[in-house]
Design a protein around this ligand. Structure first.
Ligand SMILES: *Cc1c(COP(=O)(O)O)cnc(C)c1O
Length: 388
């Protein structure tokens, strides 16, 4: 560890580890270096380099408060956070002046924020969400005490709009709050906003709210040709996107994007911090907005388009190779998630892949090499051969 940049006071008070504890850290480093090579089941881009930001780790920075309203605590990165939100505004089809948002601890917080706004707008509203929705959502609904109804989904993971319509029809006297998945966790399915709005229009509901959970695909769909309607331009009221998934980051993060008029309904001024209390967390990470800002600026739109194209090429490659082996692998449109039947247990000892019931998936993100994928395909071949 270098202390070059630390001020004299910090060096004087720096506590150091003894040899035994230092070697614990060395062992951890070894373990994580090995695990990352077999980690192919979770939607986290492992290829990133934030070394130019390491020097900011010396400051006791904190982004508490509304990034757009300023705060008494000036050791923050609010200006960079605002630029991140404006970049996401462009990617999610809303004018900068019409949107508001902040950098969250991850997709879950963005979903909680969207559902919180919806509940404040429509206190007696009912939340409709498909059975393929991320597990964190039922927890949020319990926490907020919001009425909710689970909707069936097709085997692809996409919401069954007929079941949605039937459920809304029975409860036409209360505002529907539709929780749409843009990229389900297991199969990458997209609940189409045009289909959802058709349902709302046919049932003549005057008040409705649509929250979009785009944890992973929110950074994929802006960079593919002909994406399905999914963002503010298609009628979303709020959107949650994770930062540590497609973009990649060693610290969990994400963005909560909302229509500004909705947020203004709940903002409250707090004198002690001289800030508007519009966020869920009080103290907030000031480093993750820098990381997102850095990644967005360093890659640019063209860089992300190439990252997404590369992942799609790899996904197609794995899907084909598995099918040629006789394993029924498939993908949803524009999805980099390759779904296949749950493999034998021995495979799960070696590979970090995600399983749910009788299906499993792998995600061929940029950090996963062709060699790794070939090794996986080879292992699958042998495991299946041994099992029959
Ligand atoms: C990962 C994920 C989440 C949760 O995001 P975190 O960043 O882990 O809080 C929510 N929804 C979907 C669809 C996800 O894939």
């Amino acid at each position: 560890m270098t202390t070059k940049t630390a001020c004299p006071d910090q060096i004087e008070h720096a506590a150091t580890l003894d040899e035994q504890n230092s070697s614990r850290l060395d062992a951890l480093y070894e373990r994580l270096s090995a695990e990352r090579k077999v980690s192919i089941g979770y939607p986290c881009n492992q290829r990133f380099d934030y070394t130019p930001l390491f020097r900011f780790m010396e400051f006791a920075v904190n982004n508490l408060g509304d990034p757009f309203s300023g705060s008494n605590f000036r050791m923050n990165t609010h200006d960079f956070e605002r630029e991140v939100i404006m970049s996401f505004a462009r990617l999610t089809g809303i004018r900068g002046e019409d949107c508001w948002g902040y950098v969250t601890n991850g997709g879950t917080e963005g979903n909680m924020y969207g559902l919180y706004l919806a509940r404040e707008l429509y206190p007696d509203g009912i939340v409709y969400f498909s059975e393929d929705t991320h597990y964190s959502v039922s927890k949020i609904l319990r926490l907020q005490h919001t009425r909710n109804i689970m909707i069936r989904s097709h085997h692809t993971g996409e919401m069954d709009y007929q079941d949605l319509e039937e459920s809304i029809r029975i409860h036409r006297d209360v505002p529907p709050i539709v929780f749409a998945n843009v990229g389900t966790t297991m199969t990458g399915a997209v609940d189409r906003l045009d289909r959802i709005r058709e349902v709302l229009e046919r049932q003549c509901v005057p008040n409705a709210y649509i929250h979009v959970d785009a944890a992973f695909s929110g950074m994929i769909l802006p960079f593919v040709d002909d994406p399905p309607p999914w963002h503010f331009g298609a009628g979303a009221d709020s959107i949650s996107i994770s930062g540590h998934k497609m973009i990649g980051s060693p610290l969990p993060c994400g963005v909560s994007m909302v229509r500004k008029t909705h947020m203004e309904r709940i903002s409250r001024s707090v004198e002690y911090v001289g800030a508007l209390d519009t966020t869920i967390s009080g103290s907030r990470n000031a480093i993750t907005p820098l990381m997102l800002w850095y990644a967005l600026r360093a890659h640019g739109d063209d860089g992300f388009r190439e990252l997404v194209a590369e992942s799609l090429r790899k996904a197609v490659y794995v899907e084909r190779a598995l099918n040629e082996t006789g394993i029924e692998a498939w993908r949803n449109p524009h999805s980099v998630i390759v779904v296949f039947p749950r493999p034998p247990e021995a495979m799960l000892d070696k590979w970090i892949i995600a399983c749910s019931g009788d299906i499993a998936h792998l995600i061929a993100l940029p950090g996963v090499s062709r060699d790794t994928l070939d090794e996986f395909i080879c292992d699958m071949r042998q495991a299946i051969g041994a099992a029959v």
